[in-house]
Design a protein around this ligand. Structure first.
Ligand code: FAD
Ligand code: PYC
Length: 416
């Protein structure tokens, strides 16, 4: 990978980037690959990266119907944490959080990981008990969280209304100091550049329209740019998973809903942590540009739209205004949505499918950005070996038949 001196950067800026090397190639699809990954979101790109890096599998194509990172990867609110309740999830999300810590160095690309801390407020007695339980569970799993009182909450988040007279008063909070945020597009770009560098073909504007299966085994895909044969197929398309598996003749236990978010006009720095207020149903952080990044609910009906709606802006701001009075004075600037892939237990599906050599990675729902490197790490191992690795194994699809749910409907934070 080429490195540029400060002078080269300045020279290129002056001459409109003539001679500037592309961050990744724009290859034509080959007729055949050892592995085809569908979906160039963070998870698909991370999978390709770890296939090449950890398993030496480089004859890989990542096929993307739109542009790289244009799905949920580029639409999320970038929260990273590993304060999950169940042991299986704690292992998976903590693996991922740990990988985030060193990702900029590993990828030689600044993903702007910012371990600023994540505060999950308790605003009812029930929520206080739930977060304390999560706190004990995370400590047992070796993940550092703290239970903090109201005074410490106010210290961490001065803009909060800590009045005991509030309709939903602050009773304390679950604090994960090493949680935080990262720049979402940079995660996709970093994985794409590093995977490309090892020979992976990242092919944009290439929609998969059919999956070829012979004698129960996948043999290739049909795309908007022609047929491509493959030895193994990994499907990593988030809210579009059911469409892809439908092409291969089987159904998924997934519902797709649009999850929405918004940002305010930019203001001076006033919030240097991430705060989640799940009882009132919203969360906030402040971007480097000064915008308050605000998230709220999902549409109450299944759909594949990727757009925001005015009533969500109104509902989310109304919900948050008593806890964060500052937002009553702010204008909201932009809103958007992404198609989240929801499973019944709010945990992901990673592993084999009824079609031999076809694997799925999906069901991250409203919380998969934080899992991007961990998910790619485990899924690459699963594809390379043909069997899930230790961390991925509990997340097999069979759990829905066998009743082995990994229930994260509470610890998944915002109540979706
Ligand atoms: P995506 O990034 O959606 O990538 C899938 C790709 O597959 C897309 O680029 C799509 O175009 C492509 N594709 C689909 N069909 C085809 C086809 N037929 N052929 C080729 N390509 C295809 N998670 C967190 O951890 N923290 C958060 O703060 C957070 N906030 C969120 C806020 C919002 C508003 C939303 C919508 C989500 C949020 N999430 C959050 C969830 C997170 O964004 C996702 O779980 C994660 O980004 C999923 O990544 P992915 O790579 O699996 O999917
Ligand atoms: O998983 O932390 C999360 C999250 C926050 C907003 C949406 N998902």
């Amino acid at each position: 990978m080429k490195r540029y001196s400060v002078f080269a950067v300045a020279k290129n800026a002056m001459n409109y980037h003539q001679g500037w090397e592309r961050a990744w190639r724009n290859p034509e699809p080959k007729a055949e690959y050892d592995v085809v990954i569908v979906g160039a979101g963070g998870h698909g790109l991370a999978t390709a990266y770890y296939l090449a890096k950890n398993h030496g599998v480089t004859n890989v194509a990542v096929l993307e119907k739109g542009w790289l990172g244009g799905g949920n990867t580029g639409r999320n609110t970038t929260i990273i944490r590993s304060n999950y309740l169940q042991d299986e999830s704690a292992a998976l999300y903590e693996l991922s959080r740990g990988l985030f810590e060193e990702l900029s160095q590993k990828l030689n690309f600044n993903i702007m990981f910012s371990p600023r801390g994540v505060l999950m407020l308790a605003q009812t007695e029930h929520e206080k008990r739930a977060w304390m339980r999560t706190h004990h569970a995370t400590r047992i799993n070796g993940i550092h969280t703290e239970w903090v009182d109201v005074a410490r909450v106010k210290q961490l988040c001065p803009i909060i209304n800590d009045s005991p007279e509030a309709r939903y008063p602050i009773l304390g909070a679950l604090w994960q100091p090493r949680g935080g945020t990262a720049r979402h597009d940079a995660v996709a770009w970093g994985f794409a550049r590093a995977a490309d560098d090892m020979g992976v073909d990242v092919i944009q504007n290439c929609a998969v329209e059919g999956v070829d299966v012979e004698n129960g085994k996948v043999t290739g895909v049909r795309t908007s740019r022609g047929a491509i044969k493959c030895g193994k197929l990994g499907v990593v398309v988030a809210g579009h998973t059911s469409m892809l598996t439908d092409m291969a003749g089987f159904r998924m236990p997934i519902e797709s809903v649009a999850l929405q978010a918004l940002v305010s006009e930019p203001i001076k720095p006033c919030l240097d942590i991430v705060v989640m207020a799940n009882t009132v149903h919203g969360y906030m952080s402040q971007s480097d540009k000064g915008e308050l990044v605000i998230g709220g609910g999902a549409d109450g009906f299944n759909n594949y739209t990727q757009r925001g709606s005015f009533h969500h802006v109104e509902e989310t701001v109304t919900a948050l205004v008593e806890t964060f009075p500052i937002i009553s004075r702010l204008r909201m600037l932009r809103q958007w949505g992404g198609v989240a892939d929801m499973t019944g237990d709010r945990s992901p599906i990673i592993g084999k499918t009824p079609v031999e050599n076809m694997f799925v990675n999906c069901g991250w729902g409203t919380g998969g950005f934080k899992a991007t490197p961990g998910s790619g790490h485990c899924f690459a191992a699963t594809i390379a070996r043909g069997e899930p690795d230790e961390i991925a194994a509990p997340f097999a699809m069979d759990r829905f038949k066998e009743g082995r749910m990994i229930d994260e409907s509470v610890a998944a934070a915002v109540a979706h």
